[in-house]
Design a protein. Structure first.
Length: 317
């Protein structure tokens, strides 16, 4: 557990409530789970930014409700085995002013932390890449969330969909991409076969790329900012969908990119997505970005999805 004392500049216009001074016991914000803590200036306002890379809690101990902006990203999906589709990025939801949530939507309104309540932070794990053996395709990522101990519900995002695999049953269930925060890409299709990428979740991410009969390679996994590229022809490269750039930590960082398609070695989407393999395995996504894993190359495993992240920025008085 850690106790911190946020300090910062005054906020003009009464847009946010002022956070009271620290308690004599040592502070007013109590956390578990070892989040990183940084102080940044953004939009003319001073913020204390808590970045949770693993599960934990945060409690505001005294005073008025504190204005809080959040970014919640679920774990990315794993890439599929054997010319597999890229994994879809984890679902992406933001409440930061002027920024975006996934799937082409605007951020929702900022929330407040209520004194005396404990907020449980869950950071979703990335899905495993598909390997030789059932179910072959990539596993879905796990959900991330912020949940209050009192009334007011939660903010949650859906794990990214696993990429399809060119192995096992000749069916959409086995070779198409899974649905998720962003959808996984479809696997390579033989002549006469056609497989669809998984769908993304509204306000969280986009669909994965498809594959039609006679097209080599897997489709790219969907990203928070764009659909995964469809597998095309015999030489087309199916990149993962791009993620979204957020400045909640004070600098612009892309997260939640989709994994690249396998065999044609598609690039991972900007935002931590893993590249697809050609003769080698798909590349793992970057940890704590929610990126999708790259699809496996010919006869090789898919890359693992990246773990998610939960970021809370408290406006300072």
């Amino acid at each position: 557990m850690s106790v911190s004392t946020p300090t910062g500049l005054g906020i003009n216009g009464g847009k946010y409530r002022k956070i009271p001074k620290a308690l004599s016991a040592g502070g007013q914000v109590i956390t578990t789970g070892s989040p990183t803590l940084t102080s940044v200036m953004r939009g003319g306002i001073s913020w204390s930014v808590y970045e949770f890379r693993s599960t934990g809690t945060i409690t505001l101990t005294v005073g008025s409700p504190a204005a809080c902006e959040t970014l919640v990203i679920a774990g990315g999906g794993g890439g599929g085995y054997n010319n597999g589709g890229g994994g879809g990025a984890g679902g992406y939801r933001s409440t930061a002013a002027g920024e975006s949530s996934g799937g082409g939507t605007s951020a929702t309104f900022a929330n407040g932390l209520i004194p005396g309540r404990t907020y449980t932070i869950v950071v979703g794990a990335g899905g495993a890449g598909g390997v030789s053996g059932t179910p072959y395709k990539g596993s879905d990522g796990s959900a991330s969330s912020i949940t209050s101990s009192g009334s007011g519900g939660s903010i949650a995002t859906v794990g990214g969909g696993g990429g399809g695999a060119q192995a096992g049953a000749v069916s959409q269930a086995a070779r198409g991409g899974n649905n998720g925060g962003s959808g996984g890409g479809a696997a390579n299709g033989a002549s006469g076969e056609s497989w669809s990428g998984g769908t993304g979740t509204t306000a969280e991410g986009y669909a994965g790329g498809t594959n039609s009969g006679g097209t080599l390679g897997g489709g790219g996994g969907g990203g928070a900012g764009a659909v995964g590229v469809n597998a095309s022809g015999t030489t087309g490269v199916a990149d993962g969908g791009i993620g979204i750039a957020a400045t909640i930590t004070g600098t612009s960082v892309y997260r939640a990119g989709g994994g690249g398609g396998g065999l044609t070695a598609g690039d991972g989407g900007n935002g931590g997505g893993g590249a697809g393999g050609s003769s080698g395995a798909g590349v793992n996504a970057t940890a704590n970005t929610g990126g999708g894993g790259g699809g496996g190359g010919n006869g090789t495993s898919g890359g693992a999805g990246g773990s998610g992240v939960v970021i809370l920025a408290l406006a300072l008085g």
